[in-house]
Ligand binder design. Structure first.
Ligand code: FES
Ligand code: FES
Length: 214
């Protein structure tokens, strides 16, 4: 199964691979790290952190949201429960289904495995921000409609966000490539053939000038 791309740079806790750490192990590791920091003397020259870690600003779909959150809050919960953007879905909440896929700095991540605090300073995009300002659907959104790329629709926001990234990554050159690089997004309605057809249509419509430019 293909991995989705983790948050770049300093945000490697967002790694979205199914083979990656579970939420339990992730939070366990964080807890261990926190204890370690509490009992160990700061190394010489280290700067002490004086800010309030629960206050954060997230840039979502081009807009800043100032939030006051428990630092253990996932990006998915921040989006859905605190910002009110419920397009990103909670399927498994443990990195297995892809329903929560969003973009961070143009790369797809699983928001249920990403701590909201690690998304500070990054550009978060969700399904709500995909259409143009005048409401024109993104080519991938339109292609999903054209090809009936869904039935119940629960997985669809994650499928579409992942498909946009898949095309930009240039991992949509063949049916096999699409299936491989979309394999982190499950669909219990099994709309897979239609999803592949939709991605091919969008890939061809987007053209090489737009591919690679998230
Ligand atoms: S809800 Fe995030 S992968 Fe399933
Ligand atoms: S359309 Fe129902 S889960 Fe994918």
């Amino acid at each position: 199964m293909a991995d989705q791309t983790p948050l770049p740079a300093n945000a490697d806790l967002s790694k979205s691979s199914n083979a990656g750490p579970s939420r339990r192990s992730l939070f366990g590791a964080i807890g261990i790290a926190a204890v370690g920091q509490a009992v160990q003397a700061a190394p010489a020259g280290a700067q002490s952190f004086t800010g309030d870690p629960s206050k954060m600003t997230l840039n979502v779909n081009g807009r800043d949201y100032r939030l006051n959150l428990d630092t253990r809050t996932t990006l998915l919960d921040a989006l859905r429960d605190h910002i009110g953007l419920t397009g990103s879905k909670k399927g498994c909440d443990q990195g297995q289904c892809g329903a929560c896929t969003v973009h961070v700095d143009g790369q797809r991540v699983l928001s249920c495995l990403t701590l909201a605090v690690t998304a500070q300073g990054h550009k978060v995009d969700t399904i709500e921000g995909l259409a143009g300002p005048d409401g024109t659907l993104h080519p991938v959104q339109q292609a999903f409609i054209d090809h009936d790329g869904f039935q119940c629709g629960y997985c669809t926001p994650g499928q579409i966000m992942s498909a946009v990234a898949c095309i930009h990554e240039e991992h949509a050159s063949s049916d096999d490539d699409i299936r491989e690089y979309m394999s982190g997004n499950l669909c219990r309605c099994a709309a897979y053939p239609n999803i592949v057809a939709a991605i091919k249509q969008a890939r061809d419509q987007m053209g090489p000038d737009k591919i690679g430019k998230a």
